[in-house]
Ligand binder design. Structure first.
Ligand SMILES: Cc1ncc(COP(=O)(O)O)c(C=O)c1O
Length: 449
């Protein structure tokens, strides 16, 4: 039997209840899901619990989780200090809808870790935070054009929903007005010369460059040496803002984010995911001068004020409590946490690369620190440097590999998506994942076209 057909058969045999939920869900949600990337073939597992490094589905299967809540859960699922802070808070209210003490405490904690956050605003999602960041940039500079990377993902806000999916030069689809993109330009990630050429043509109307330090959704691609610095330099020289989207990399690449790792000085940056402790959050932060443009108290004239900052659930006390407990733990255990997750990330990258190299399967394992992703490269692509390299690699093989890990070995990667290691994982988990990969290679899965 074709090995993939056999993995699918095993997957279906153990996920009957998930299938029943999916049949209901597809009548309720377009595509049966509430986030596009959560669908995978033949149908996704439906989870009903998660603890530490594990996620459980409705059929009672327990998986070692490398998706970790869209990479938000660096301390694992419901880590005790966060669970305890949350359960205490829930007794005292989940949504005050007014200013609250915990929001001040979380903002101070963020500022201590990332001093460039002179001022900030909390939102409930990263998509809001990036939307606010680019609006602030337009307000500050009086210019219109926003530059982003080809394949760069900043959430589902309309402004930044450009050149996200391959083929990148084609419109993202109906529902977005065709002209919506006329004030958004895209630059090729990791090609500084070509990026600067594009920026040069729009510099007089360039409000900002917004960029992920490591391309995340587009394939877990670290920046080439000097690339981000070059963009930052161009922005400073030409009166545009340099905005770093640290929604994934903040508190992940290091406690102090990618801005510390790569020694960057963004005018604004966005945070999310980890600093919400598993609860919904987005943060736009940066220079006081820029953030102050949104001050509704001292800027009475609506024409002079940048309209950002709404959200019924923004700065809700449950998120604030979970975020505070998370940052408190990370700060007190910085070396232990980052030492461990980085070591495990390296072990995964090196181990996977060796297995595929030994088996002569053309492959590139990308990532840095505690995030990684395997790409089955085509013969003419030796290294993965940008979103096009990812999109044109063999995604079919990756889907099959990730499904095989789930079906046979109870290891969960969201198919085709970057993986994240948490503080709850240990070396034996990585060894199991590598040995499972070895077995999948031996099953002949990668030999099928
Ligand atoms: C780099 C980056 N920016 C923004 C977002 C959007 O955040 P959210 O999904 O919380 O809206 C994401 C989500 O994955 C992201 O990876």
């Amino acid at each position: 039997m074709d090995p993939y057909a056999s993995y699918i058969r095993r997957y279906k045999a153990k996920t009957g209840k998930s299938k029943r939920f999916y049949l209901k869900a597809e009548k309720l949600f377009p595509g049966g899901i509430s986030h596009n990337i959560r669908y995978f073939e033949p149908y996704p597992i439906f989870a009903n619990a998660a603890r530490g490094k594990s996620i459980f589905d409705v059929d009672g299967n327990k998986y070692t989780d490398y998706w970790m809540g869209h990479w938000a859960l660096i301390l694992g699922h419901s880590p005790p200090p966060v669970a305890s802070a949350l359960s205490k808070q829930i007794k005292h209210g989940t949504l005050y809808g007014v200013a609250n003490d915990l929001s001040v405490e979380l903002a101070e904690a963020i500022q201590k870790i990332m001093p460039r956050a002179e001022m900030m605003r909390f939102s409930s999602t990263g998509s809001e935070a990036t939307m606010y960041a680019v609006r602030l940039a337009r307000a500050k500079t009086g210019r219109r054009v926003i530059a982003k990377a080809i394949g760069g993902w900043h959430g589902f806000n309309t402004t930044l929903m450009q050149t996200v999916n391959f083929p990148f030069e084609v419109e993202e689809g109906p529902g977005l007005v065709q002209d919506e993109g006329q004030y958004v330009e895209s630059v090729p990630f990791n090609d500084l010369e070509a990026s600067l050429k594009v920026l040069e043509t729009i510099k007089d109307d360039l409000a900002c460059v917004i960029i992920e330090p490591v391309l995340g959704g587009a394939g877990c691609i670290p920046p080439a040496k000097g690339y981000l610095e070059g963009l930052q330099q161009f922005c400073k020289k030409n009166g545009a803002l340099f905005i770093l989207d640290e929604i994934v990399t903040g508190f992940r690449l290091s406690l102090h984010g990618a801005q510390a790792t790569y020694r960057l000085e963004p005018d604004l940056f966005t945070l999310g995911k980890i600093c919400g402790g598993g609860m919904p959050i987005g943060v736009v932060c940066g220079d006081k001068d820029i953030m102050s443009l949104a001050d509704p108290v001292s800027i009475r004239n609506k024409e002079a004020r940048c309209a950002i900052g709404g959200g019924t659930f923004s700065a809700n006390p449950a998120t604030m409590a979970a975020g505070l407990a998370t940052l408190d733990f990370l700060r007190k255990n910085e070396h232990k946490v980052y030492g461990k997750v980085d070591r495990l990330g390296n072990m995964a990258r090196q181990g996977l690369a060796k297995i595929f190299a030994d088996a002569k399967i053309p492959c590139s394992v990308t990532g840095t620190n505690s995030i990684f992703l395997t790409h089955f490269v085509k013969d003419d692509i030796s290294a993965i440097e940008n979103a096009t390299d990812v999109a044109t690699s063999d995604r079919g093989k990756l889907i099959k590999y990730h499904l095989a890990l789930m079906a046979e070995h109870n290891i969960f990667f969201l198919p085709t998506k970057m993986a994240a290691v948490s503080y709850m994982h240990d070396e034996s988990d990585i060894r199991k994942m590598l040995s499972a990969t070895d077995k999948i290679v031996s099953s002949g899965l990668f030999k099928i076209k």
